[in-house]
Design a protein around this ligand. Structure first.
Ligand code: SAM
Length: 432
């Protein structure tokens, strides 16, 4: 199954997971379907109808449209069997007798939504929260810092609500494997796959089952193997006997006590079991903790286990609201004109003038022409062109939709044995 999270087709189709984008911060995940799947949808000949504050959206009006389309709300009239109340039974509804005595009708209404393909970003804003989740500003930075890229083998614990898992899956995905992904369950999973993999561990049984189910539903189970495991106690080895190394080169720990998992993330193990880390690669780790005391314990344990370049970062994600403010005089001169109805040639020539003035300014020369232009500006000529009037201001938005935590990053260099050195020397001597 090709996951719409990884490579969406161009057109929406039956059974696709779609994100109905309602507003900047609000989207609704829906499985597109024309078949009524529950009693609530049975009054509609169109199958499933999603009702939002912007109106009703029968899936029959969404399926078959290109991703990104604006979908107008419909007034859905269910006639005698109807649900939905008088609002939906407006007289202007176009009637369509379904032959079974049920009058069904759809007509366009003024509300709209956009139908977007599922992405980790819109899934994060709409997913069913079972825990605190990692939001996009954090996970984009984390994935970048732990060098997650196509082909990476990434350990994640705990899976939680699967927010980070979706983003990690997309980051490491490097094409569909030849064979099915390892069947991961309590004891299952096999470590060695050629393709990029996420190994996601969770000790809460229900959460584990949910994440596992979601991965299958979203077509990500070829990339993500979900394990039900207490990682403090049992570490990260996979396979039926839990003896196979996932050969991880990236690790993300969103756990209450990450330091308790660190003894399982070493190059050498005391009991002779394989290391969970890729011996041929440096390993990048990130831990995510809300309290500084947790950070201190994590940092001590990282040092104890030879991790280097330990660094803590706190994300301060802010949205900037940038707008142009006019003085009352400028506003008056603009009144009655459409600020966007600008003659393009005039605008381009003004832009060139402005650029030239900036160049002159930086060269320390104010040419006669530029001086004249500035002079004429004082005479309020430029106020007629709204892009030149006013003053650009910015404000930061107070609401931060991110779970603020301290991010601890560290690096474990690749293992280097005498044998590795001998191989390297032999290769080198061939070239000299
Ligand atoms: N990163 C996740 C996301 O973006 O949705 C959220 C993770 S949530 C904050 C932390 C999870 O760690 C919880 O679901 C919890 O059950 C799990 N957890 C706690 N201790 C654990 C352990 N010892 N082994 C495995 N999972 C554990």
């Amino acid at each position: 199954m090709v996951s719409s999270f990884l490579s969406p087709a161009t057109i929406t189709k039956e059974h696709d997971l779609a994100s109905l984008h309602l507003s900047r911060d609000q989207s609704l995940p829906v499985i597109l379907s024309t078949e009524a799947t529950n009693a609530a949808d049975e009054g509609y000949a169109e199958g499933v109808v999603t009702n939002t504050r912007f109106g009703s959206f029968p899936h029959s009006t969404i399926i078959g449209t290109p991703w990104g389309s604006q979908i107008r709300a419909s007034i859905v009239d269910t006639g005698s069997r109807g649900r939905g109340g008088p609002k939906k039974r407006k007289a202007e509804a176009l009637e369509n007798d379904d032959g079974a005595g049920t009058k069904n009708a759809i007509t366009a209404s003024s509300g709209f939504v956009h139908v977007l393909p599922p992405t980790p970003e819109n899934w994060t804003t709409s997913l069913p929260h079972r825990t605190q989740v990692v939001y996009t500003p954090d996970y984009s930075y984390i994935l970048h810092r732990i060098r997650a890229r196509p082909g990476s083998r990434l350990i994640e614990a705990g899976s939680g609500s699967g927010s980070f898992t979706h983003a990690a899956a997309r980051a490491v995905f490097d094409g569909y494997p030849q064979q099915a992904a390892p069947e991961a369950d309590d004891e299952g999973g096999e470590g060695s796959k050629s393709t990029g993999q996420v190994f996601s561990f969770e000790y809460h049984a229900e959460r584990h089952q949910k994440v596992k189910g979601e991965m299958a539903e979203h077509g990500l189970d070829t990339v993500v193997s979900a394990f039900h495991r207490d990682v403090y106690k049992d570490g990260f080895l996979v396979g039926n006997e839990r003896q196979t190394s996932p050969r991880a080169n990236a690790v993300f720990l969103d756990l209450p006590a990450p330091w308790e998992a660190l003894p399982h993330l070493t190059r050498h193990t005391l009991d002779g079991t394989p290391s969970s880390l890729d011996p041929e690669s440096a390993v990048h780790i990130c831990t995510f903790s809300p309290c500084i005391e947790q950070v201190q314990k994590t940092v001590s344990e990282l040092r104890r286990h030879d991790w280097l370049e330990i660094e803590m970062v706190e994300m301060q994600h802010k949205r900037m609201d940038i707008r142009r403010e006019y003085t009352s005089l400028q506003y008056e001169s603009l009144r009655g004109t459409n600020p966007f109805a600008v003659d393009v040639d005039e605008a381009v020539s003004k832009l060139r003038e402005v650029e030239q003035r900036a160049r002159d300014f930086h060269a320390g020369i104010l040419s006669a022409k530029a001086a004249k232009a500035l002079n004429s500006q004082q005479h309020n000529k430029l106020a007629n062109l709204p892009f030149n009037g006013g003053k650009l201001i910015h404000r930061t938005e107070p609401d931060l939709k991110t779970h603020t935590s301290y991010l601890v990053f560290a690096l474990l260099p690749r293992a280097w044995t005498e044998e590795d050195e001998a191989v390297a020397q032999a290769k080198w001597s061939k070239h000299v």
